[in-house]
Design a protein around this ligand. Structure first.
Ligand code: MG
Length: 412
């Protein structure tokens, strides 16, 4: 963990450190759109250090490149450690994920507040995702965003319907058919605006509110289900489960009863678990997962490829689906190692007879690559971003109509 806690303050002052003037210009435009008013630029680590020292206090955000002349990003991080720098730092690099994760590890071991890393080329979406890991972007003026989020505030939000579900479509690679959606939590805060899950799921986990959050999400999905039924024939609905749910042996019966009452088929529900949550496995979690499977729900292993114990978990738990982590999918087009990781995840999943989903599909090139590997289902901005249920209905109508037209054209 870094030296300061997660903040919900908007970013005003930013330092962009990169030797590429085009990237600096793109970053400047993006940060301006995020509401930053004071943006400094340095083209190497040494100039950046000088700016940091002259600034008096930490910047709200530093965007740091790794490969630069005079002083590179890694040396810069060591110098920042010596200064016990407390501000947020995000890393951007064109050097591939291995060096990115090494630099992140180094910075975190130093105690620096590194929020994450992104691969070049830089664009608005990627930068927004990186920055919003720790900061609620303030796009509307006059929002009260200075106070950190508290567990009490989250609990009140959970009890007053401020947590809603957005849905990200999934399409079958071969047919292009809209075959499922993943439900993702959004906090519609009356003063702070929409808060992404990265900002409050860790808080829910730390404050024992994860079970309540899971319940609320299931209720939301059920209440949206009449509308969800209209987007496609028996499309699946994926819901993320927190680790605490796995310790609750009453959970399978509880969720089973709720879904039975709704009249929806259990096999349409896919419950996603991340690998890290399975690492500390226990008799309770084995019981919960076994009984979820017996009840007819599907289980999916999320963020696949990011942990070490892949093989064991695939053979031990009754997963039907494997979701390849978006980090690898995104950089597969440009990076040899990521490509190799995606290829081996697909190979492994196929060996275990699992349905393979790739997340983070951003370009047509990604799509073609994943199709060539035999991935079954795609999810990502190339298809659509997560949306409120009414927007999803509209999107699905347009998407299905366009698909029908191409089909007719192909058969003509
Ligand atoms: Mg997920």
């Amino acid at each position: 963990m870094g030296r300061v806690a997660m903040t919900s303050q908007p970013i005003a002052s930013v330092l962009v450190v990169d030797d590429d003037p085009i990237l600096c210009a793109v970053a400047r435009t993006c940060f301006q759109k995020f509401g930053a008013s004071d943006i400094s630029v340095a083209h190497n680590g040494l100039d950046a250090l000088e700016i940091v020292d002259q600034n008096g206090g930490p910047f709200d955000f530093i965007l740091l490149d790794l490969k630069m002349p005079v002083m590179d990003g890694v040396q810069f991080l060591r110098h920042m450690d010596k200064r016990a720098y407390e501000g947020l730092i995000g890393i951007v690099s064109g050097e591939g994920p291995a060096i990115l994760s090494l630099a992140m590890d180094l910075a975190r071991k130093c105690g620096l507040n590194v929020v994450g890393s992104i691969a070049k080329p830089l664009n608005m979406t990627r930068l927004e995702e990186l920055v919003s890991k720790q900061v609620v972007l303030q796009r509307r003026a006059g929002q009260k965003v200075d106070e950190p989020l508290t567990a009490d505030e989250l609990e009140a939000a959970l009890n007053s319907n401020q947590i809603v579900a957005h849905y990200q479509p999934q399409v079958a690679v071969a047919s292009g058919i809209l075959c499922g959606v993943e439900a993702l939590a959004r906090w519609q805060h009356p003063e702070r605006g929409t808060i992404p899950p990265d900002m409050f799921v860790p808080l829910a986990e730390d404050s024992g509110l994860m079970a309540l959050l899971t319940d609320r999400m299931i209720e939301r999905v059920i209440s949206d289900s009449a509308k969800l039924n209209n987007i496609g024939y028996r499309s699946t609905i994926s819901i993320n489960l927190g680790a605490s749910v796995l310790q609750d042996t009453a959970f399978p019966d509880k969720v089973g009863a709720i879904i039975e009452r709704s009249g929806l088929e259990k096999s349409r529900f896919i419950f996603e678990l991340t690998e890290s949550k399975l690492v500390e496995d226990s008799l309770d979690s084995m019981e919960v997962l076994a009984r979820m499977d017996l009840a007819g729900f599907q289980l999916s292993l999320d963020d696949f490829g990011t942990q070490f114990s892949n093989m064991e978990q695939l053979s031990k738990f009754p997963f039907k689906e494997l979701k390849i982590d978006r980090g690898f999918v995104r950089s597969a087009a440009t990076d040899e190692r990521s490509r190799a990781t995606v290829e081996s995840c697909v190979w492994l999943g196929k060996k275990f007879g699992l349905r393979i989903v790739a997340e983070g599909v951003e370009t047509t090139m990604d799509w073609q690559f994943l199709e060539s590997l035999g991935v079954d289902i795609l999810q990502g901005f190339r298809i659509a971003k997560p949306m409120a249920v009414d927007d999803l209905l509209q999107w699905a109508e347009t998407y299905n109509a366009a698909r029908d037209r191409t089909k007719v054209a192909a058969n003509a």
